[in-house]
Each structure stands twice: as structure tokens, then as C-alpha cells.
Write a protein that binds this ligand. Structure first.
Ligand SMILES: Cc1cc2nc3c(=O)[nH]c(=O)nc-3n(C[C@H](O)[C@H](O)[C@H](O)COP(=O)(O)OP(=O)(O)OC[C@H]3O[C@@H](n4cnc5c(N)ncnc54)[C@H](O)[C@@H]3O)c2cc1C
Length: 283
């Protein structure tokens, strides 16, 4: 079996899933696992796709490579989750994905915790990077551990003269990472030891910060309840333009991904209707 396959699908996505092989897996910090994946076809992923999302398809524990490769072709659809490309190294045909280690109740977290060289994963993507505005006057970034990869990749892609604030909510002090952000971005690391309880710290910090002059671009991602509060604050109370606000729920306390995505869509529609009423009212 070749170690890279383009797999046809009866209802083809834009590009068929690829079969990737783990080349390394290590604890980056106590609650984050970095998995390096390789396949010859990754040579076509541009390095600037770091920060783009991807879909990963997980084999069952103990499932062999050939059986999994057949399942990707014939179905049923394997367990699928959404992650971020932390680094893309097309010259080496490699990507890194950083997984929050939140225990074995989530198949993706459990898979990453067991990952070893030679293991396989289905992969679809990458999506586009999330923060593409490189000309804002001020950047506001807020992320929990699940969004640390997208926040770090976005910060590293900003022009060196960019200014702003980046707030990271992590599980322990040891989960802090070195991020090569522009010097004008102040980094703040908040410890929230139990992610299964909603944190108010990001919202409090952002509400309390002096509001900068000029046009702000934001990237807010993480637990959906926190992100929702921030989106309503930034759009509803601060009046930021929709195009300047990337605010995306990446997971939700107590819900696995499929259920979370459904609730997220419903809440986003309700929020947009609410924001439209505010806009209309202030008209
Ligand atoms: C665009 C996008 C990009 C993302 N990028 C990343 C990334 O790069 N790295 C990353 O780690 N996550 C990322 N996520 C979040 C990830 O998709 C979810 O955390 C997902 O639920 C993990 O799947 P799972 O199988 O481990 O857990 P699931 O089966 O989905 O959930 C099982 C249980 O675990 C809980 N849970 C899920 N995620 C977390 C968490 N982070 N902390 C604590 N409890 C949790 C759920 O509430 C649920 O109770 C991203 C999400 C999106 C939408």
C-alpha cells in the first residue's frame, strides 16, 4: 500500500481526502500534543496555509492502515474532526497539527494521545488562513488552547510593524508557548485550570481594555460560549464591521463536535438576527 493516496468519493468534496502518516508525535506542553504528518501530496500545500483549518478523519483504535484506507473509499464515513494546520512545510511534504490533550472522551484527543510514527489519518483541506487583513491599525486576538494554533499562526504572519493585543487562555502556566508575534503585539497569558467550566476572564479583559483609535481587526476563537459573548460585544456594543470580526466557536463544553456544529449554526443565526435589530435600531 503506498503511503499517500488520493481517494475517490461518491459525492466528491473539492479535493478527495488524503491518507497521511504520522512521522512524529510529542508533548509540546503538558496539555498540547504536536503531531507531524507526512504524505508526498502535501508538497502542494503552500506554506502560507498555516492557520488554515482542515478536516481529519480518524481510524478506530487498532484499525490497520489498509482497512482504514478502504474505509475512506467505501465508507462508512470515519469519525471526523476540525483542526488547524499549525505549520506547513511543503518542501518536506509535512504539516504539524497541535491537539489539545483534553482526555480520552474525545476521539481526536484520544487518538493524538496514542499517536506514534506510522499511524495514519484521513485529511481534507486546507482551508484559507483566518486573519488575512494585514493593514488594520490594531489587532485583537483572543484564544483558548484549541485556538492557540490558529492564533499563533496568524500572529506570525502579521507584518512586523503591527500593533495590538493577544490574550491566550491556557490550562497551566507550562502551556505557555513562544510565539514570534510582532513586537507591537502585547501578549497576555491567563490560566484557566478547568476548561469544562466557562471562563469570563477574556470577556472581562477585553471589556476593560482602553479602546484603541483606528480600524481594528479581530480574531477570536475557542469555547463557543466565550466566543459568542465576545462576538456580541465587538459587533453589538463596539459596532465593529462584520468583515473585521473573525469570531468562531471551536468547541463547546459538554458537546462532541457534530452536536456542537449544529448548535453553533443555530446560535449564529439568532445572533445575526439580534445584531441586525441593533443595527436597524441605531440606524
Ligand atoms: C476551525 C477550527 C479549528 C480548530 N483547530 C483546533 C486545533 O488546531 N487544535 C485543537 O486542539 N482543537 C481545534 N479545534 C477544536 C476541535 O475541533 C474540538 O476541540 C473537537 O471537539 C475535538 O474533538 P474530540 O474528538 O477530541 O472531542 P469531541 O468528541 O468533539 O468532544 C468530546 C468532549 O470533549 C470536550 N472537548 C472538546 N474539545 C475540548 C477542548 N479543547 N478542551 C476541553 N474539552 C474539550 C467536549 O465538550 C465534549 O464533552 C478547532 C475547531 C475548529 C472549528
Amino acid at each position: 500500500m503506498p503511503n499517500d493516496q488520493s481517494i475517490p468519493n461518491p459525492t466528491p468534496p473539492r479535493r478527495p481526502p488524503r491518507l497521511l502518516t504520522v512521522s512524529a508525535a510529542r508533548r509540546l506542553t503538558p496539555n498540547m500534543i504536536r503531531v507531524t504528518l507526512t504524505a508526498p501530496s502535501l508538497g502542494d500545500i503552500p506554506a502560507d496555509r498555516a492557520g488554515g483549518h482542515c478536516k481529519i478523519m480518524l481510524p478506530e483504535p487498532g484499525q490497520g492502515r489498509d482497512t482504514f484506507a478502504r474505509q475512506l473509499i467505501d465508507g462508512p464515513r470515519p469519525v471526523t474532526r476540525t483542526y488547524t494546520i499549525r505549520h506547513a512545510r511543503p518542501d518536506a511534504c509535512e504539516i504539524d497539527i497541535d491537539f489539545v490533550a483534553h482526555g480520552d472522551e474525545g476521539p481526536a484527543s484520544a487518538w493524538a494521545g496514542r499517536a506514534q510514527p506510522g499511524d495514519v489519518l484521513g485529511f481534507a483541506g486546507p482551508g484559507a488562513p483566518k486573519l488575512t487583513d494585514l493593514e488594520a491599525d490594531f489587532y485583537l486576538i483572543a484564544a483558548d488552547m484549541s485556538a492557540l494554533p490558529v492564533a499563533a499562526a496568524s500572529l506570525e504572519a502579521l507584518p512586523c510593524g503591527a500593533t495590538g493585543i493577544a490574550i491566550f487562555e491556557i490550562t497551566s502556566a507550562e502551556d505557555r508557548q513562544e510565539i514570534a508575534a510582532p513586537a507591537g503585539i502585547s501578549q497576555h497569558w491567563i490560566i484557566h485550570a478547568d476548561p469544562h467550566h466557562r471562563s469570563l476572564r477574556q470577556v472581562e479583559m477585553i471589556r476593560a481594555m482602553p479602546w484603541p483609535a483606528g480600524r481594528m481587526a479581530t480574531m477570536v476563537a475557542g469555547e463557543t460560549g466565550v466566543v459568542r459573548d465576545l462576538r456580541l460585544y465587538l459587533r453589538g456594543e463596539r459596532g465593529l464591521d462584520r468583515r473585521d470580526v473573525y469570531a468562531s466557536g471551536y468547541w463547546r463544553i459538554g458537546l462532541a463536535e457534530d452536536a456542537h456544529q449544529k448548535v453553533k449554526r443555530e446560535e449564529a443565526e439568532a445572533d445575526e438576527a439580534r445584531l441586525a435589530r441593533i443595527d436597524g435600531g441605531s440606524g
